[in-house]
Design a protein around this ligand. Structure first.
Ligand code: NAP
Length: 485
């Protein structure tokens, strides 16, 4: 553990003001306190802003738009690259901030910085690839063009589970495309977002191009979604809030990208390599302490591999520890708040009441700690198969045939990620095609990459983040028809 727990090398990065039009605006009468999920102490605060400040941020973004959109893509990319370098340089401080406000282990926080920053690097290059098309004209003397232009002012609303990565995954493609943004981070983890914006300013992001407002979610969300100036909403968070925001956006016909809840299945088929399947399941389940939208929420094991798989999982999960995220000997840190602990506990208890056995871990030890836990013999209709547990609780359910495994995986209104393990090529082809998810991991529990399209289907949302698809989300296609040639 570091000697001074949670101390930043550069204390300026602990910012308590919001950024609107290039000005850092201080607090008001009732700022929002930010606490440390392990010590439960408040260690920072941010302004509690509302509709008026959000309007000011929208106007600032609108004023900055024409100049930013007109800058050569290469210059916008160069600023993103400088921002990427500054994040690299401040990796330790940013990771410290994440562990302090989110609770996750410092190793996971460093991993998040690397992952989140890979979007800055990727879109620094991708900025120059917003290519248009020349379409062969069906009528003589005409030239038909399809040009790509920035969508305009974008609203970006992000959750607490990856305070940097969920924001950089939106800001980087938006700026690369020539858009300007108003961001609203979660009130639980706003400090990483403010530090990120500070480094952006230092990298040369002009005033008004990136604005950050913190405060009352409904008031800020209402102002952003009802504005005609804001032409796009990109939201990452829960499905009910995503649905509400999509409804609010309809009246002004905004484009939307919605990265919503997951309830991911993980399926180990009989012919899976045991070691590969166990590693993949642990990665898919326990990354970020299980607080990930692509966390394996339901683990299905075919009868032939089930017992070996469960006993290997029990051994590994039994050796995991929970505690202070700054103590590197701990596997997982605390979860985000008391509601999260209560949900995990209720899922565990309900499953046990329905016949499941607890083979590792068990009841939460207090505070916001939740022990890495393994349940086996879980009923196919247990509550945890229907709702995201969002914590370090692995639940294994047995099944008989390949067809049943795929059907169980698809038995949910959600469709973000799905994982399966097998060594049979026919099963790979069949399950990859039949999984009703936006992303499929085969023989791995780690699928996220800035180079690949991240996003869901069904109630898990619309649109993609990462890859060239992520840039498209911030570009409109304009058709230009020139006659008389
Ligand atoms: P959440 O409650 O939906 O909050 C997400 C963001 O929306 C926060 O900034 C929140 O602000 C804001 N918000 C809440 N109500 C709002 C409203 N009425 N108007 C405008 N903004 C509003 O979700 P969460 O609990 O933070 O995150 C966990 C969920 O996110 C899980 O379901 C997870 O699966 C999903 N998630 C999805 C992805 C993906 O890529 N698909 C990635 C990560 C997480 P406050 O926090 O300030 O209230």
């Amino acid at each position: 553990m570091s000697q001074q727990r949670g101390q930043l090398n550069e204390t300026d990065l602990l910012e308590s003001r919001c950024l609107i039009g290039g000005t850092w605006l201080g607090g008001n009468a009732a700022p929002i306190a930010v606490d440390d999920p392990f010590t439960l102490e408040d260690f920072g605060q941010v302004p509690n802003l509302g509709e008026a400040e959000t309007q000011a941020a929208i106007e600032a973004a609108s004023e900055a738009l024409p100049t930013w959109a007109a800058r050569p893509a290469r210059e916008r990319g160069a600023i993103l690259r400088r921002w990427w370098e500054l994040i690299e340089l401040h990796r330790d401080d940013l990771a410290t901030l994440i562990t302090r406000e989110n609770g996750k282990s410092i190793r996971e926080a460093q991993g998040e910085i690397d992952y989140g920053n890979s979007y800055m690097e990727f879109y620094a290059d991708e900025a120059t690839r917003a290519l248009g098309e020349i379409i062969p004209s069906p009528i003589p003397g005409r030239r038909l063009l399809a040009e790509r232009e920035p969508v305009g002012v974008c609203a970006l609303i992000t959750p607490w589970n990856f305070p940097l990565a969920m924001l950089s995954r939106k800001v980087a493609p938006a700026l690369a495309a020539g858009c300007t943004v108003v961001c609203k981070p979660s009130e639980l983890t706003p400090l990483t977002a403010l530090a990120f914006a500070k480094l952006g300013e230092e990298a040369g992001v002009p005033p008004g191009v990136v604005n950050i407002v913190t405060g009352e979610a409904r008031a800020i969300g209402g102002a952003l979604t009802s504005s005609m100036t804001v032409r796009k909403l990109s939201f990452t968070g829960s499905t009910p809030v995503g649905v509400l925001l999509a409804e609010q956006c309809a009246a002004t016909m905004k484009r939307t990208s919605l990265e919503l809840g997951g309830n991911a299945p993980f399926v180990a088929f009989d012919d899976a390599d045991l070691e590969v399947a166990v590693d993949a399941a642990l990665t898919a389940k326990f990354r970020n302490g299980g607080q990930s939208c692509i966390a394996a929420n339901r683990i299905y094991a075919q009868k032939g591999i089930h017992d070996r798989f469960v006993s290997a999982l029990a051994e590994k999960i039994g050796a995991m520890t929970v505690g202070d995220g700054f103590d590197e000997s701990n596997t997982v840190g605390p979860v985000i708040d008391e509601r999260a602990v209560a949900k995990i506990d209720s899922h565990r208890e309900e499953a046990i009441a329905g016949g499941a056995q607890c083979l590792a871990g068990g009841p939460s030890p207090g505070g916001r700690l939740s022990r890495p836990t393994l349940l086996a013999g879980v009923a196919k209709d247990a509550q945890l198969t229907r709702e995201e547990t969002f914590g370090p609780l692995a639940a294994v359910i047995a099944f008989d045939t390949v067809e049943e495994g795929i059907a169980l995986a698809n038995n949910t209104p959600f469709g973000l990620a799905g994982y399966f393990c097998t060594s049979d090529q026919a099963t790979i082809a069949k399950a990859a095609r039949q999984f009703q998810t936006g992303m499929v991991g085969i023989n791995t529990g780690l699928i996220s990459s800035a180079h690949a399209p991240f996003g869901g289907v069904k109630m898990s949302g619309l649109g993609k983040e990462g890859s060239h698809h992520g840039l498209e989300e911030y570009l409109n296609v304009k058709y230009v028809c020139q006659a008389g040639l």
